[in-house]
Unconditional design. Structure first.
Length: 82
């Protein structure tokens, strides 16, 4: 038995994370919808999720994924500010 507890199947954790993104939380979710609407937002979330899950699966480094997400957000905010 693993002292850290039972092992989670590799794709369960990312699936839960993506599913939780769809839980409506008011202004936080509305702020993710660009002027082009929900279709673009869902596409961006799907592509971003695949990229970040892939990055984690290859490198096994959550800090790297958090940093990459922050950089991505900063680039989006910089573009929106200009």
């Amino acid at each position: 038995m693993n002292p850290a507890g039972p092992r989670v199947p590799p794709l369960v954790a990312p699936a839960v994370g993506v599913a939780l993104w769809f839980v409506p939380t008011g202004a936080q979710r509305a702020s993710h919808v660009p002027g082009s609407g929900w279709a673009t937002t869902l596409t961006m979330v799907a592509v971003g999720s695949v990229l970040f899950v892939g990055l984690y699966r290859v490198r096994r480094n959550l800090s790297l994924c958090v940093g990459a997400h922050a950089v991505t957000n900063l680039l989006i905010l910089a573009d929106a500010a200009s």
